[in-house]
Design a protein around this ligand. Structure first.
Ligand SMILES: C[S@@+](CC[C@H](N)C(=O)[O-])C[C@H]1O[C@@H](n2cnc3c(N)ncnc32)[C@H](O)[C@@H]1O
Length: 180
């Protein structure tokens, strides 16, 4: 691709990046497990909303995206409206650490390139609260930084800057709560 003539190289690179991002989203959606039209999904840190849109089209279920960018939320809701999806596809200007959604109301949650912005203990506390018994969490392109994501023992000894971020490989997990 880099050997293409200069006039067409940028377009080719952008097309390839879109192809890769789309393939990544497809992979993520497959890992959500069996999702039914009556399921409810949460896209935590939903960006401009593309993956939520793909999820809604694929599963026909309710999808809620949350982002702290008001612009992104407005853009994504416009895209949902253009396609006539607003009954089940909604984007919210909210903090994923404190979503305000009902406890035990979500079947599956995903994060993509989002975990590095927040305190992971708070994040997974909120996800644990939101997920139904046996609910599923998928993290693809997960990152943390040394202040918000390190374990107590490493944060005490770490001298790295807060902006340092780390990546780990895509992974999936499911949780189940003991009956109370
Ligand atoms: C790098 S973008 C990734 C967007 C999307 N997940 C994707 O894969 O295209 C990071 C997203 O996380 C959102 N974000 C960061 N901190 C957040 C928070 N505390 N609550 C909700 N969204 C947050 C940003 O607004 C942005 O939408």
């Amino acid at each position: 691709m880099l050997e293409q003539p200069e006039a067409t190289r940028d377009d080719a690179i952008i097309r390839e990046l879109h192809r890769l991002e789309h393939a990544q989203a497809e992979h993520l959606l497959k890992k959500l497990g069996p999702i039914k039209p009556e399921s409810r999904l949460l896209d935590a840190g939903s960006g401009r909303g593309g993956t939520s849109l793909m999820a809604h089209e694929r599963f026909k279920c309710q999808v809620d995206g949350v982002s702290i960018s008001e612009y992104q939320v407005g853009f994504a809701n416009e895209q949902a409206a253009k396609r006539g999806y607003t009954d089940k596809l909604k984007y919210h200007f909210r903090n994923m650490l404190d979503t305000g959604f009902e406890t035990g109301s979500i079947d599956a949650i995903w994060t993509n390139e989002t975990t590095m912005y927040v305190d992971l203990y708070k994040l997974y506390g909120e996800f644990s609260r939101l997920l139904k018994d046996g609910g599923r969490y998928v993290c693809i392109t997960g990152c943390y930084n040394d202040i918000t994501g390190a374990t107590p023992s490493t944060s005490a000894t770490s001298t790295r800057a807060a902006s340092t971020s780390r990546r780990w490989r895509p992974t999936t997990s499911s949780r189940s709560r003991s009956p109370t």
